[in-house]
Design a binder for this molecule. Structure first.
Ligand SMILES: [Zn+2]
Length: 315
């Protein structure tokens, strides 16, 4: 059974197992969550549950289950946009037409649409009618890592199931040779693991750690140079934010548990200041996500942290 290979997400699987008894209650599912955490595997498992011929579905052994598992069941349609491109109107129309065709072999048909946020609004609108009243025995699973980019009209027609990041234990099971810095960064998806191979992320981890300390050493020049470097690439800027939030959190936990943490400079801050700092980092993340000039966003962040430094000197 495909679902036996899913790590974590047990609550979601429980829900789907119940739903599989009355799938017509939710003909359109929207799986929302980071990429690389197993949403696709859960979706294919869902197809297995719906197409299985046995009473206790999915059995994992019948003809349908085996064909779904091997990826060549004619009643499971996988729809994926090409790398880096959006899904256009014609493709959405084609998908809509295929949704209306009768299943070939099973009693139902499952359509899995990956990266649903990549549909242009025209394409999504073309699908809207089909999603609103899907043909009988046709079931959709839409996958997205950016639920905010999916049209609200689509969301309102779907049953949304949220997926979180993978636990460290699961990630270590998949990748037993994770380096310590990656464990410290609490990567939570297989896509994240892919990042480890890129030396830029290790360098950014080290630079971000140094920069957070520079904020409190009054070496303005160092701080500006480091922040400038960190702001250069969007994905690295976002990774920086994550490193900082985790280090602030670990300092906060240190306050509560009075254990010694790695982040020496942060230890000097009061709990209130740490919370304030984490708010500034979250705001920086929002600025990076929007289209504000990143190096300006990092400078603004630095300026905002100065009020916290004043708090330090007066205490
Ligand atoms: Zn079966």
């Amino acid at each position: 059974m495909i679902w036996n290979r899913v790590l974590d997400h047990q609550r979601q699987l429980q829900y789907l197992k119940q739903l599989a008894k009355v799938p017509q209650k939710a003909p359109v599912l929207l799986f929302a969550g980071p990429s690389g955490v197993g949403k696709k595997l859960v979706a294919i498992g869902w197809a297995q549950a719906l197409l299985c011929a046995e009473k206790d579905a999915p059995c994992g052994k019948c003809r349908h289950c085996l064909r779904v598992d091997s990826g060549n069941h004619p009643d499971v349609l996988r729809f994926q946009s090409e790398e880096g491109s959006t899904v256009k109107l014609e493709q959405a129309r084609d998908l809509s037409q295929r949704a209306w065709m009768k299943p070939y072999e099973a009693s139902r048909k499952v359509i899995v649409v990956d990266d649903f946020e990549k549909l242009t609004s025209q394409a999504a609108n073309a699908l809207l009618k089909t999603l609103e009243e899907p043909p009988e025995e046709t079931y959709f699973v839409l996958l997205t890592s950016q639920v905010g980019a999916v049209l609200p009209t689509i969301i309102s027609r779907a049953k949304v199931i949220h997926f979180g990041r993978l636990s460290q234990a699961s990630l270590l099971k998949l990748k037993p040779d994770l380096p310590q810095w990656a464990i410290d960064t609490q990567l939570g998806s297989l896509d994240d693991v892919g990042l480890i191979a890129d030396p830029k992320f290790k360098q950014t981890f080290e630079l971000a750690t140094k920069a957070l300390k520079s904020l409190w050493t009054y070496r303005t020049y160092d701080a500006f140079t480091q922040l400038g470097e960190l702001s250069e690439e969007k994905n690295l800027a976002l990774f920086t934010v994550r490193v900082w939030l985790l280090q602030i959190r670990s300092a906060l936990v240190g306050k509560i548990e009075t254990v010694k943490t790695q982040t020496v400079a942060l230890e000097k801050l009061s709990t209130g200041d740490l919370l304030k700092l984490s708010q500034l980092v979250v705001r920086l993340e929002q600025d990076i996500q929007s289209h504000i000039n990143r190096s300006l966003a990092f400078e603004k962040f630095w300026l905002d942290t100065q009020s916290i430094q004043k708090g330090m000197s007066s205490s």
